[in-house]
Design a protein around this ligand. Sequence first.
Ligand code: GDP
Length: 234
Amino acid sequence: MSLFRNAAFFKSAAELEHVPASAGEIAFAGRSNSGKSSAINALAGRRIAFVSKTPGRTRLINFYALGVERFLVDLPGYGYAKVPEAIRAPWEKLLGEYLQMRAPLRGLAVVMDVRHPLTELDRRLLGWFRPTGKPVHILLTKADKLSRAAAQKVLRRVEGEIAALGPNISVQLFSSLKNSGLEEAAAVLGTWLYASAPTPRSAGDENPRHDRGSGNKNPRAIRGNQPGAKCLKV
Ligand code: GDP
């Protein structure tokens, strides 16, 4: 049984100061309406994440416990045009800081609608996360909306494009409606969750105080070129 089957809501955080103590976690990101909540629910085998009627409503980072101090993390969706600036700015900051500074984050699952993969915002998100050196797995969801052949064609195209982005990035087809691709996704993401923490030299300082949500933002926890949270127009 996949470890996601035990997922249970743990807490929501509107600020990094309120994130829980963690020994390892996997985050899910994606454009609003890409099918992110549905994918999380499909992996959990029941409805744990809120499936939006209004895209872009989720503004919080939601933590689902997978075991002792291990989490599946649902990040706010991006790319919803009607978000007022007053909401957008703190939301971008939260997302950016989380992705770039959260030491227990082991990797990022990016959910994309198979009919609109690798949008400008998806690419920006990837470009922004890649300097952490942590792995990315793309779920091309709603695969049931395309014929098998058409879905395979998109998969091959995306595989070709991500190969140019560097190592540690993979992609698969997924359908929450048909429950397809669940085992493959659970296998990839589950491996990350119990992988040992990256060494401080290679991918960010494991700052225990920040891991515990103390709000200690040790700058050594950020590696590489940091374009800044404003780069991602959520
Ligand atoms: P989120 O905003 O990214 O969390 O997206 P949701 O999970 O709320 O899904 C957005 C819409 O797409 C909803 O109407 C879902 O029912 C639909 N949807 C999500 N995943 C699938 C899928 O795999 N297949 C199909 N056909 N529809 C899906």
